[in-house]
Design a protein around this ligand. Structure first.
Ligand code: C2E
Ligand code: CA
Ligand code: CA
Length: 642
């Protein structure tokens, strides 16, 4: 790609300056030359050429005069005719002499001509007198006259030659000047031509660079797809024909980055973007990359059409095919949200909002699906917004509370501690965390709420300890977003310092998804948390990322087997096998294993049989409000004392 470098730019300037200088010089030179030619030509036109002509006139008048003499001598004309011709000839000669005067001047040359002519004319009466009387004498006069004519013609000739020479000299000088100028014009032409070609080349290179820049300005550098601003501009100028606007996101793409790093993620993104583009363009769609793993596709058809369903299933198929990158098989899916233009929104804002609502619905339903926008979706989105606003004030209005679910040791049946579970009390009704935690996650409110939960749990630990004199362990759920928030560690340190809670009384439950964004940073943070003396547990084990390689590097104390495995472990043999294997795995890593969601004696017995260390579930106790949890605690202390 040729760039206009500073050196070639300097060359262009130099060449342009040369052309300008050459053109000025050429003009000056031409002006000078024209002036010289004119100066030389003027006397030529004013005197030399007329002089030439009048000399010719004089000579031919002289010859006619001589002819008349000859004719009179040979008697081929009458004396009267001769008299007439003679006087006419003299008139002509006088006239020519008079005309020669301005150009020749009154100098010796004119005098010589006049003298020669006078001598001839003076012989004429002698000739006339003798011509009929004495032919011999007349002949002698005629011979003398002819001699005079001859001498005069020699003079005329020399005068003529002198004028001719002057004309030739001036013509030659003009020719040379014209030759010079022609040469200079050729040189100038070559210079101008070279400069033009050179500039043409650079202007072309420049135009190409500008084209490239304007392409870059409209496209995403990684995938080469048009970017968000191009998409918005495209939406703003949609023609009034039906279109389908589709927003898509690659499901769980952040896991690829979390697992293999950003460079690898970029390479996968390039490959997937090419597939999406290929599939979309086969159905006439235009693809834009909005940001991260988010795309937009514009189709010139409606969402309801069969062709649309076909196009989108082709698109999903293209992404679903395993992608082989550097020896890793990557499995991904697409979540898609679609709206009809103009039916679902006449302006870009409305279109994007509604398409996004559809996309979020597709993601909420587990991803790998297409959701077409409907009015109801919007209502749900509106509700979510209302709920978010209310949740924002829940902390200030003291609407949040913690319930505590006891955990039991399978070794001695005693109480080990509690898991703190969040509740939102609105107008006297309890709202389960499943109904607002995802919203809090999405909006980022979880960071603030999570901090409140930790504070509350610490307060509770101190309170119970003061009341019962016993150390009580409380497990707190930490959301991935809270875990990744800057200042999480510092907040915990402050909290421990202020509340004077023994750090080993606080257990943090994290899920494997904390590894998604940056596994190394997550592991480092876990190490620092452990160094504070906190207890660490992996929650919902088996449902998430489950990279055993990472698990072995996690500095944790406890594995929590997810309740979904526990629920079916008796009926579905594979689930039982998983629970058993997880217990074995946990033990081999030196971890305590707790099973949650234990609802029956049979489940408890089975788990005890498999050497699970602890259980949590309705079988032992439902989550309890703080006061009831205290009762439960006191009851279990009494049991132990007994
Ligand atoms: P989780 O951490 O897996 O919590 C266990 C959930 O299982 C709790 O639901 C609990 O009430 C329920 N459970 C306990 N024993 C049984 C049982 O025997 N059978 C059945 N069917 N369910 C049982 P809950 O309280 O609705 O909490 C749901 C989820 O909300 C939690 O799942 C946790 O992920 C999240 N959550 C709760 N409190 C907090 C919190 O303070 N912060 C964060 N970040 N998340 C929280
Ligand atoms: Ca939990
Ligand atoms: Ca759990």
């Amino acid at each position: 790609m040729p760039h206009t470098t500073s050196s070639s730019r300097r060359l262009i300037y130099i060449m342009l300056l040369l052309v300008i200088a050459a053109s000025v010089t050429l003009s000056v030179f031409m002006e000078r030359t024209a002036h010289n030619i004119r100066r030389n030509e003027t006397p030529l036109l004013n005197s030399a050429i007329p002089q030439m002509r009048y000399l010719g006139d004089f000579e031919s008048a002289l010859l006619r005069y001589q002819l008349a003499l000859d004719k009179r001598f040979t008697a081929s004309i009458t004396p009267e005719r001769f008299a007439f011709l003679e006087s006419m000839g003299r008139g002509e000669l006088d006239a020519s002499l008079a005309q020669l005067r301005p150009s020749l001047g009154d100098g010796p040359e004119l005098g010589a001509l006049r003298d020669g002519y006078q001598r001839i004319v003076q012989l004429t009466p002698e000739f006339e007198r003798t011509v009929s009387a004495d032919p011999a004498a007349a002949r002698a006069v005629l011979i003398q006259m002819n001699e005079e004519v001859k001498a005069l013609r020699v003079q005329i000739d020399s005068l003529q030659r002198r004028v001719e020479d002057a004309i030739y000299a001036s013509g030659g000088m003009a020719n040379r000047a014209i030759g010079w100028i022609t040469g200079l014009v050729h040189v100038f032409d070559v210079l101008a031509l070279l400069t033009s070609v050179f500039m043409l080349y650079h202007v072309r290179a420049r135009v190409r660079v500008e084209d490239e820049l304007s392409h870059q300005a409209r496209h995403d550098p990684l995938t080469g797809l048009a970017h968000r601003r191009s998409f918005e501009a495209r939406l703003a100028t949609l023609p009034a024909a039906p279109h389908a606007v589709v927003l898509g996101t690659i499901d769980r793409f952040s896991r690829i980055i979390g697992g293999f790093g950003h460079a690898f993620g970029d390479r996968v993104m390039i490959g997937l973007a090419a597939r999406i583009r290929g599939a979309a363009e086969r159905s006439g769609g235009e693809v834009f990359r909005l940001d991260g793993a988010n795309f937009a596709i514009l189709y010139r058809m409606e969402c309801g059409e069969a062709a649309f369903a076909e196009a989108l299933s082709g698109l999903r198929e293209a992404v679903r095919n395993p992608y082989d990158c550097e020896g890793h098989e990557i499995y991904t899916t697409l979540s898609l949200g679609a709206v009809n233009y103009p039916q679902h929104g006449a302006n870009p804002d409305a279109l994007l909002r509604n398409a996004d609502a559809a996309l979020q619905a597709a993601r909420k339903a587990g991803g790998d699906r297409l959701e077409i926008y409907s009015q109801q979706l919007n209502a749900e989105a509106g509700e979510r917004l209302d709920m978010e606003a209310l949740l924002r004030h829940a902390v200030e209005r003291d609407e949040l509370e913690l319930h505590y679910q006891p955990q039991q040791s399978l070794q001695d049946g005693g109480l080990i501690g509690f898991e703190a579970l969040l509740r939102w009390r609105r107008h006297g009704q309890l709202i389960a965390p499943a109904d607002f935690i995802p919203l809090a996650e999405e909006s980022g409110l979880i960071v603030q709420i999570g901090h409140w939960v930790l504070q509350q749990a610490c307060r509770q630990v101190s309170e119970w300890q003061a009341e019962t004199g016993q150390r009580v362990v409380v497990a707190v759920n930490i959301s991935p977003r809270q875990f990744a928030a800057p200042g999480f560690l510092a907040q915990l340190e402050d909290l421990l310092a202020v509340s004077h809670v023994d750090p080993s009384c606080l257990e943090l439950e994290i899920t494997e998804s904390v590894m998604v964004e940056d596994a190394e940073a997550a592991i480092a943070l876990l190490h620092r948390l452990r160094a504070l003396g906190l207890k660490l547990a992996i929650d919902d084990f088996g449902t998430g990322y489950s990279s055993l390689a990472y698990l072995s590097r996690f500095p944790i104390h406890k594995l929590k087997i997810d309740q979904s495995f526990v629920r079916n472990m008796q009926t579905v043999s594979e689930q039982g096998a998983i629970v058993q294997a997880t217990i074995g795995l946990g033990h081999s890593l030196g971890l305590t294993v707790i099973a949650e969601g234990v609802e029956s004696e049979a489940q408890r017995a089975l788990l005890a049989n498999w050497r699970c260390n602890e259980i949590q579930g309705y079988y032992y106790s439902r989550p309890l409000p703080a006061a009831s949890a205290l009762d439960f605690l006191e009851g279990s202390l009494q049991l132990r004392a007994a």
